[in-house]
Structure formats: C-alpha cells, structure tokens
Design a binder for this molecule. Sequence first.
Ligand code: URA
Length: 440
Amino acid sequence: MRMYDLIEKKKHGKEMSREEIGWMIRGFTCGEIPDYQMSAMLMAICLKGMSDGETTCLTMEMAHSGDVADLSAISGIKVDKHSTGGVGDKTSLVIGPLAASLGVKIAKMSGRGLGHTGGTLDKLESIPGLTTSIDKQRFADIVNETGIAIIGQTGNMVPADKKLYALRDVTATVDSIPLIASSIMSKKLAAGSDAIVLDVKTGSGAFMKTLEDSIALAGSMVSIGTGAGRNCCALITEMDVPLGRAIGNALEVAEAVETLQNRGPEDLTEVCVSLASNMLHMAGKGGIEECRQMALEALADGRGLDVLASMVKAQGGDERYIYDPSLFAPAPYEREVRAPRSGYIDSVDTTGCGIASAMLGAGRATKEDVIDPSAGICLRRKYGDRVSEGDVLAVLYASDPARFDGAERIFLDSYRIGDAPALPKKLIYARVTKDGVERF
Ligand code: URA
C-alpha cells in the first residue's frame, strides 16, 4: 500500500477500506507515514468527509493504537461523560460527584484546557495538594471507595490521536465532523467505561457553531459508541454564552461547589441536572424523568458535595477547600469592566470571553505555559440582561496587572449591547440517542 494512493482516493471522495485505514493509522503512529502526507490526508478528509463506516474504522484503529484501560477492578456500572469543550464549563466537577452519590461509578480521564477552552484537570489542580497523576491500582481503589476519581490520561493511551490532534491544530483541519468524532470517541472507548454521555456544545464558544452540525457530530459519536457496545447518548447544549458566571480555575471550582450546594447559577444547574439524569439513565437506574428526580433530590440535600470532598481527599487534596472555597487565595489584583452604554446585552462572543480569561493567566497559549489558578473572570451581567452605562459587566482577576488592558479590550469586544431586548435562548437543544434525535 502507498499513502500517495490513499490521499489520491480520498481527494476524489472515494471510500477507504478497513485495511487501508488500519494501515494508515498504524503507519502514522509508528512514524513510517510522515506528517506532510498525513496533513494532505487530513485536508482531504475535511473537504470530502468520510462515510459512517470509515469514521467507525478510523475510531477503532485510533482507540487501539496504544494502551486500553481495564476497569474490571472497579465494581458496578462505570459511566463516562465528555464535553466537546467550552467556556465556564465546570459540569464534570458537579455531575461526576452527583452521579456517584447516586450509585454510579465514575472512573474519568480528563484533559487540560488549551486555547480558549478550560480543562477539568487544571481546575482540579487549583485545589492545594491534589494530584491527577495516579497509578492504575490506586485509581481503581479510589473509585471503589468514593465512587469517583478524575485523573489525566495514563500510559500510552490513544497515541494516534495525540499525533493527529497536534497536526490538525496547525493545519486548519480541526473542524471536521469525522475527525472530531473519531478523536473524541477513540479516547472514550479506550477509557473503558460501560456507558458514555456526550455534551456536545453548540454556538459561538463551541467547535460546532450551528445546531445542525452539532446534531450531526452527536449522531456520529452516538452511533460509534453504540456500535462498540456502549450505552451512549448526547445532549446538545448551549455554548453561545459562557456557562455559569465563573471563568477560570479556582473560580470555577468554587462555583461547582455552590452548584452542589444547590445555590449555583440557574443555567449551570439545569445543564448539570440534565446531564446527570442521562448518566443515571444510561447506567440503568431508571427512566429519564425518574433519574431527573433522583438528581434533583441529591442536589437538594447536598450529598454530592461530600462525594467531591472525599474524592479530593483521596487524590491528595485539601478537602477543606471544598467545604470552604473562600480558602482559595484570591488573585492579588482585580479590575471591574463597565458597560460602555445602556441597553440590552444581545450577543456574547463566548470564544472572546475564553481568550480574555486565558490572557489573564487562567489558560495556556502553548502547552508549556503555567496556569495561574486564581486568574479569571466573574460575569456580573450576562446575555439578555438590561444594563445602564457604567454598570459592572464583569470583574477580571490576575496576578499581574499588566495583563488587564489586553484582556479587558477583548472582553468588551465580545459583549454587544443593543437597544432591543434579546431573544431568550434554550439551554438544551436536543437529545441524540441510537433511536434518533429528540428536539426541545
Ligand atoms: N476534542 C477532542 O478531543 N478532539 C477534537 O477533535 C475536538 C475536541
């Protein structure tokens, strides 16, 4: 086989065989196929797409390109959740403990933030002492004891995705449904849980900007997961506006705690309850409405908070920060951002908010950058709010005041204030299962 011929084939929109895809992924992972040929293939896939069969083959080859997790030492049904990434998205810190408090096991491997999106590992590591590098046996023990552990990817898992993602990042080939679906699902399948709930974000802060593209991505991932024998469903959720009010690592942990105490922002609470209900449902705990009631009851009595505190302690962290987030060292500097005019906030560029937060120190521009856990943004006004000129829209936090000017400019550019009241937005647009799409 020659990579040249496969590129030629895909360039003309033809379907590759299982053998060809397997040969290509093995050859690229071990370094026999060079980056320049794989870049050409990625661009051809972006432009010509892939059939469902090709996307499934690609995913399975990637999933088995390295180590695959064995969760057999963990008792019970293991459920994973994955978000396609957003701004202010701290749902894993809420729904993981919530679902675990209701008898579901969460053995979760999470990622770090890059660019404008945050990552669960960075958020957790703002808790003093907590480690996300834990060996296999200890990981299983913590999940068996507390119901949940959240760690970084261990060993040599899905090396094909690591190489492909790095190449896609620099060749403008990220925004392709088969490439995103195979990237996410290869990691989810290799992570080994029995059931998977996907949170596919849609809107200005998401990879998929339109609802129809988001539904197509969700459909592709659900069909891959189901085909691989996992219970799998997806919710399409709003990312046209940051989720909740906190953006930034320690700020988001504090907001997750408030949400587990049932006093979190309404939008975050609703998305968490919907995702948690689906996790319980996928784990066979009951019908979707029954599972929603279970999630609401657990939120009302705050039992998820004790689970989060136990997990933090087991992972070496100081659980006092969970019971009292005011212990987090505040950023030494803060700046209020004020409304330049009166009116209604009728559009928010969520990516802009994420970039502003990263510029304050909450994110990385390169993998080597060091995160400042105290940096970030607290939104005081959000989409739809009426504001008067001079009202505080948000408070920016940083350890270096030189970061404020650039971040404030980007933040203000991302908030548009108009004269007419903004149209209400939905939080959950659709649910995608193996049986089809249910729109809300
Ligand atoms: N997240 C991933 O893991 N992969 C993608 O391609 C996009 C988002």
